[in-house]
Write a protein that binds this ligand. Structure first.
Ligand code: ZN
Length: 186
């Protein structure tokens, strides 16, 4: 990680976080707002354990580089100088991992892969609301759509669950009860 130093008094003192969220140079008192932090492309900022404002590489980018280095390692035999390619890829992997750890130590959140359970839940419910809000459906159709919403979320959190398990989990009823709602028995 790289401390951000104050340009007003010689560039030797790093800004420190204050209780009000601003950053201050301990040397000359210059104040820095988070909106004025200058970042290069792949950089993110965070606050180190000692309160120093620092920048580091975006952990999502470091993970990409780490995975790329592992692929390079695995295919090193295809390179003219396989031994060099192996060493080079391991060095890149080590550097990327160190940068990733740096970012996590600066309090930067772990990157998310794919969709979270929360985002799927939100999307499925928003999809149902979108349809229910746009067309006029009767109660049986609304109940059926809500069944699908609950079944989709159950399938996400408990893959392979049966209809009966889904109904028990979401409605506290047995499957026969739901089948009887609108003459839905099969
Ligand atoms: Zn200063």
């Amino acid at each position: 990680m790289n401390p951000i130093c104050c340009p007003q008094c010689g560039g030797l003192s790093a800004y420190c976080v204050r209780p009000d969220g601003l950053f201050q140079c301990p040397e000359c008192g210059d104040l820095l707002d988070r909106r004025d932090i200058d970042l290069d492309g792949m950089e993110v900022w965070g606050v180190a354990a000692d309160g120093t404002l620092s920048t580091t590489t975006d952990p999502a980018h470091s993970l990409d580089c780490l995975m790329e280095a592992i692929e390079d390692f695995l295919t090193a035999d295809e390179c003219p100088n396989a031994e060099y390619a192996r060493l080079d890829s391991m060095r890149n992997a080590t550097e990327s991992l160190a940068a990733y750890i740096d970012a996590r130590r600066l309090g930067i959140k772990r990157p998310e892969f794919g969709y979270t359970e929360e985002s799927v839940r939100t999307a499925v419910n928003a999809g149902a609301d979108m349809v229910l809000g746009a067309i006029s459906l009767g109660e049986p159709e609304e109940d059926a759509i809500n069944l699908v919403v609950n079944a989709a979320i159950t399938s996400l959190t408990n893959p392979g669950a049966s209809f009966a398990e889904m109904v028990e989990e979401n409605y506290g009823e047995d499957a026969e009860e739901v089948r009887s709602w609108w003459g839905w028995s099969k």
